[in-house]
Design a binder for this molecule. Structure first.
Ligand SMILES: Cc1cc2nc3c(=O)[nH]c(=O)nc-3n(C[C@H](O)[C@H](O)[C@H](O)COP(=O)(O)OP(=O)(O)OC[C@H]3O[C@@H](n4cnc5c(N)ncnc54)[C@H](O)[C@@H]3O)c2cc1C
Ligand code: FES
Length: 518
């Protein structure tokens, strides 16, 4: 997955390149000493920035230039070409920028530019003194990070019921579980980051009550904490398998780093695993366990994996990729009971398993918000600024149902990038800005060496247009309803996927206000 931002590919940019080699909007990857550097031309301006994305080191030369920004081909992070700033998650760190000199008809890259010092946010009477974030996941972390990046100097407390600082959760079903990622890839930031940035991260700190009148949260240990603004980012929890025997120690689900470590421990001595559910997480777990040479059986009620999100063609492809790697499917079947090592299927049939991983979906953790009196509708309802119905209380991530300008519906999704971007938007709005959350949803999933990217949101569709060849893993599928493209899924068509995202953004920006749910 990751590569270092150092190599000698492409020309030595300190020796200069002809301006004619760079058409307007064009990109060129080269190097400055050991550093991979990207040149981008925008009219008469030429920018030089690090060539690899600060998320997982995606090659930005294969991305898309939009205005004065470049978007990463892999997971759609976006960087400002002038400042290197990471404008959109999943990248949270900036790119380094390099000085550029134009002499006659050549461009030379010179020294690396110093990053300007961040100015503290200007305080007004409305600037909150204390911001409390409930949740140490994607949205919670991104909010805390953005608050400090914005120069906010007030108190930031992050309360997390987990026992580990915020982790790269998507990795827990992929490289880390497969044994292909070292331990240091898992935390989103090194331990010292929180103290250095005055983020008061409290672990194993479970919030059990919100007093909206006193503006205080109550914790399970009986302590109370005052807030001026509160962000609820409590995420979701795995749905438990409602059958006898599902509470045994070798039956696991996967949400936290602790869950992941428990699965790895069990997998190391396991000959065979049963994965219950052909969901994204279930199948990523199946792939990772195959990488550990564990025999894997997948039991799921549907006819085809992922069909309800990705359609029949990609569903069939996903199934065949897993079968080629030795996964055995038991589709249109459910688990009736787990009796010791015996997994009993409905309608007969038994599978022996040393490890059972349950991936049958998640449910948003909305109890806290509900008890506090927030408006709820299959999630915590927020407005376009991500405010709940309770003054001073915001919500982001898996729990939030927001008015999506592209579909014209209030939607709730369970995607890493959406949670991070909502955390970022909530952060600036807690500081008193009025920034609408209008990003097009994006997620990715990875099966063996095949990534699937998805932009937009199509709960239902009446047409799928396939470009390319699904079986050859080179395709883009447009899901539309009533003639409108709602979502695009793609495999190894990254620029087209980015272009589809831009198109959806433009449509959303032009959506009549009446179509945006209030
Ligand atoms: C294994 C795995 C792989 C995934 N892979 C992908 C992927 O490839 N692509 C993708 O788009 N999405 C993926 N997802 C989904 C993605 O991780 C979630 O959508 C995202 O983490 C949601 O962010 P969040 O901040 O809302 O919730 P979370 O990240 O779950 O964070 C919620 C936090 O709130 C804390 N919390 C909950 N209640 C309380 C309380 N009462 N008091 C204090 N703290 C509390 C929790 O302990 C946790 O720290 C994956 C999820 C998992 C589990
Ligand atoms: S590698 Fe660039 S967004 Fe993930």
């Amino acid at each position: 997955m990751a590569a270092e931002n150092s190599n000698h590919a492409g020309p030595d940019l300190t020796a200069g390149v002809a301006l004619a080699e760079l058409p307007d909007g064009g990109k060129l990857a080269g190097h400055v000493g050991e550093q991979a550097v990207l040149l981008v031309r925008r009219g008469s301006d030429v920018f030089a920035v690090d060539a690899l994305c600060t998320h997982y080191h995606g090659p930005l030369v294969e991305g898309l230039v939009v205005g004065d920004t470049v978007r990463c081909p892999w997971h759609h992070a976006c960087f400002d070409l002038r400042t290197g700033e990471a404008l959109r998650a999943p990248a949270l760190s900036p790119l380094a920028c390099w000085a550029v000199e134009q002499r006659e008809d050549r461009v030379f890259v010179r020294e690396r530019r110093e990053r300007p010092q961040r100015q503290p946010v200007e305080s007004s009477g409305d600037t909150p003194a204390r911001i409390v974030i409930v949740g140490g996941g994607a949205a919670g972390f991104a909010a805390a990070e953005r608050l400090r990046r914005e120069g906010y100097e007030g108190s930031v407390v992050m309360l997390s019921s987990e026992d580990a600082p915020p982790v790269d959760r998507p990795n827990l079903s992929k490289d880390y579980l497969a044994g292909a990622a070292p331990e240091e890839w898992v935390p989103l930031r090194p331990d010292g980051y929180y103290a250095e940035n005055s983020i008061d991260l409290r672990l194993q700190a479970e919030v059990v009550h919100i007093d909206t009148q006193a503006r205080e949260v109550g914790l399970a240990d009986g302590s109370r904490l005052a807030y001026d603004r509160l962000l609820l980012a409590t995420g979701a929890e795995p749905v438990r398998l409602p059958v006898p025997g599902a509470d045994q120690p070798h039956v696991r689900s996967l949400r936290s780093l602790a869950d992941c470590r428990a699965i790895i421990e069990r997998a190391s001595g396991a000959r065979r695993a049963v994965v219950v559910g052909a969901s994204f997480i279930g199948l990523e777990v199946a792939a990772s366990l195959r990488a550990r040479d564990v025999e894997v059986h997948v039991v799921a009620p549907e006819k085809r994996p992922m069909e309800h999100v990705l359609g029949t063609q990609i569903g069939d492809l996903v199934r065949s990729m897993h079968e080629q790697h030795g996964v055995i499917f038991h589709l249109e079947k459910t688990v009736r009971a787990i009796d010791g090592r015996r997994v009993l299927l409905d309608g007969g049939g038994t599978l022996e398993a040393d490890l059972v991983v349950v991936g049958i979906g998640v449910k948003p953790r909305i109890e806290l918000a509900e008890a506090a009196g927030a408006r709820i509708d299959r999630g915590v309802l927020v407005n376009e600024y991500l405010e709940t119905s309770i003054p001073g209380v915001f919500a982001a991530g898996d729990i939030a149902r927001w008015p999506d300008p592209h579909t014209g519906e209030a939607i709730r999704v369970e995607h890493w990038v959406v949670a991070q971007r909502q955390g970022q938007t909530a952060a600036v709005n807690m500081l008193g800005r009025r920034e609408k959350y209008a990003a097009i949803p994006f997620f990715w999933t990875q099966h063996y060496d095949v990534p699937i990217n998805y932009v937009g949101h199509a709960a239902q569709w009446d047409q799928v247009v396939v470009e390319g060849d699904v079986a050859a893993k080179d395709c883009l599928l447009r899901f539309s309803r009533g003639g409108r493209t709602l979502a695009v899924a793609s495999i190894f068509r990254d620029v087209d996927s980015l272009a589809a995202e831009v198109e959806m953004e433009q449509q959303a920006a032009m959506a009549p206000a009446s179509r945006i749910p209030g």
